[in-house]
Design a protein around this ligand. Structure first.
Ligand code: PLP
Length: 328
């Protein structure tokens, strides 16, 4: 077996691609949504695709406890805890406050509530403490007890994690061919740590399609994120494809982050309301709303036109709607 295909099964089917008739009518281009928010344990979301190979690696290394770092509203941590429950592994979440405290229930509601229901161990650390140092301390303590921890990379965005989004690119291209007998002009995604976009970029490059992958950053406000996506997509191509020089057709936009990570924007809140009202779809204030706001602006400014077709990746995060209830 190809070592890069060693996966645990966290997703029981392909996620669907759905046409958004009302949004398409409002804006012009044909817009579809790839429902990566659906399916899987722990409330689902994009991280599960990444964890399929990462957790397989943990199991190969005989680890019994998955260790992840994140703030109290982390989707990545919540989905990991769900996957650990499903697979009978233990999980430990090293947490600290990183987001502005929105409201009195912010650290108990949304993802924090779901994680406590799944009965994971949450270790709170100080705001100034370093996540990597603290996760390593946890791993060392486990070792003393004869247990073995596995540290999940930041955002699940290493080679193994990003390969999950090569799987997604392959799914999209096959599904879109069935629906429209061609390739989408654009795939649009939220970009945080970069693995989701890098996998999509590499997947499209390997398939040699003309589809451009646009990522709207929600974290980095400078070119760091473009460098991360470039080097990770190139690494994927070098590892899994024979033709190592392939064209990377992508863009990372940093104009819709707003004041910063976790701080909702006016355009994002408008996008949440528009998608809820027109399509009954829920985006979140931290991630998907900022990418949808970017997509809407690209269409309004004529960068994306009526002749184009767009697949928007819904990467999940619905619990954040509850955590940020007071912004609506
Ligand atoms: C809902 C949601 N969308 C998008 C992302 C960003 O994905 P990536 O870190 O692969 O760029 C995350 C990461 O936490 C997320 O939770």
């Amino acid at each position: 077996m190809n070592k890069y295909n060693n996966k645990v099964k966290l997703l029981n089917r392909e996620s669907s691609i759905e046409y958004l008739p009302n949004l398409s009518k409002l804006l012009g281009p044909e817009i579809y949504v790839k429902r990566d928010d659906e399916g899987g344990r722990g409330g689902g979301g994009n991280k599960l695709r990444k964890y399929e190979r990462i957790i397989a690696d943990a199991i190969d290394k005989n680890c019994d406890t998955l260790i992840i770092a994140g703030h109290y509203q982390s989707n990545a941590a919540r989905a990991l805890v769900g996957a650990a429950c499903q697979l009978g592994l233990k999980s430990i979440v090293v947490s600290k406050e990183m987001l502005p405290n929105q409201n009195p229930t912010f650290n108990q509601n949304g993802n924090a509530l779901l994680m406590s229901l799944m009965n994971t161990k949450i270790i709170g650390i100080g705001k100034e403490d370093d996540f990597n140092v603290e996760m390593n301390k946890v791993a060392n303590q486990l070792e003393v007890k004869g247990e073995k921890g596995y540290i999940i990379p930041f955002g699940g965005s290493n080679l193994l994690g990003a390969l999950g989004y090569v799987d997604c690119a392959n799914e999209i291209l096959a599904q879109f061919k069935q629906i429209n007998n061609n390739e989408p002009t654009y795939i649009v995604t939220t970009t945080g740590s970069g693995g989701t976009q890098a996998g999509l970029v590499a997947g499209c490059a390997i398939k040699k399609v003309k589809t451009k992958v646009i990522g709207f950053s929600v974290l980095h406000k400078d070119n760091t994120i473009k460098d991360i996506v470039t080097s990770l997509s190139q690494e994927i191509i070098d590892k899994i494809s024979d033709k190592s020089v392939l064209e990377l057709n992508f863009e990372v936009n940093i104009d819709f982050v707003g004041e910063g990570y976790g701080k909702p924007t006016k355009l994002g809140i408008d996008a949440i309301k528009t998608l809820a009202e027109l399509e009954g779809l829920f985006l979140c204030p931290v991630y998907t709303s900022k990418a949808m706001a970017g997509l809407i602006e690209y269409i309004k400014s004529g960068t994306i036109t009526e002749k184009d077709s767009v697949v928007f990746i819904h990467t999940g995060g619905m619990p954040l709607v509850h955590a940020y209830y007071d912004i609506f």
